[in-house]
Design a protein around this ligand. Structure first.
Ligand SMILES: [Zn+2]
Length: 258
């Protein structure tokens, strides 16, 4: 369930679900043992226990990414071979890709020995994820999502230069997707992502143009029902209006907690 949902759909959720505002509701995790698909070492990783649709109202929405990709638990790292993957891909790696991954991982080092994978900084794990997924024939929608996540985690450790470089990469990919009329993500969302990445890379005039453009594009996609289209249209437009107001206001998303 995670994959599609966390790439783009957060924006289009029903209004009712999105307006729930509890006081810092809890997400929960629990440890689970896994066998590494590359080296067969047993690792203990965290898996999701519970969460709610409140995650879609958290400030990372302004980068169009949502919990759990905003937290380190999500990026598994094998203590032996250093395989690093999104948690939902761990048990699904294509077997025929393993030898190539093994070769890539043989060149990967992690500064110090660790007990818990979460001790290794997320941005470091993402560097390995990037190498591993280079073997997985991922499309532009994935890489666009990936670089937005990378930007988020670099900002988290206050490496703003690397955050900006990652976001510029995301922007480059989304620009290409818009030009190619790539419908793996709805065009309305692509314009929203483009606006967001421009805002986060200090290009507010262009960001506002893209967010306004997104307002004029109908929410559409090959797998959507009429009801989903209508709900998506309403929700994305209200997100866009809020975003535009925030950029024009005293407290733009870029300068706020993410
Ligand atoms: Zn391993």
């Amino acid at each position: 369930m995670f994959r599609r949902e966390f790439i783009a759909l957060g924006l289009a959720l029903p209004l009712a679900a999105r307006s729930i505002s509890a006081s810092t509701p809890a997400t929960t995790w629990f440890p689970k043992e896994f066998d590494c698909p590359v080296c067969e070492t047993k690792n203990t990783y965290m898996v999701v226990g519970s969460y709610g649709s409140y995650i879609y109202s958290w400030p990372s929405k302004y980068q169009l990414i949502y919990w759990p990709v905003t937290v380190g638990n999500t990026f598994y790292l094998c203590k032996k071979c250093h395989l690093s993957v999104f948690m939902w891909d761990h048990d699904d790696l294509p077997k025929y890709k393993i030898p190539a991954m093994k070769k890539t991982l043989s060149g990967v080092t992690v500064e110090k020995k660790f007990e818990e994978y979460t001790e290794v900084p997320v941005f470091k794990r993402l560097e390995i994820v990037e190498k591993v997924y280079g073997h997985l024939d991922k499309d532009d929608a994935f890489w666009n999502f990936f670089y937005r996540i990378k930007g988020y985690h670099f900002q988290d450790v206050e490496d703003m230069e690397s955050a900006s470089a990652a976001r510029k990469k995301a922007l480059e990919i989304v620009t290409k997707m818009i030009a190619a009329k790539d419908d793996s993500v709805a065009a309305k969302e692509l314009w929203a992502i483009s606006g967001a990445m421009k805002h986060f890379t200090m290009q507010d005039k262009a960001a506002l143009e893209d967010l306004n453009k997104a307002m004029t594009v109908k929410y559409d996609g090959p797998d959507l029902t009429e009801e989903e289209k209508s709900i998506g249209e309403t929700n994305i437009n209200s997100f866009l209006v809020d975003y535009i107001n925030r950029i024009n206001g005293a407290n733009p998303p870029r300068d706020s907690d993410q």
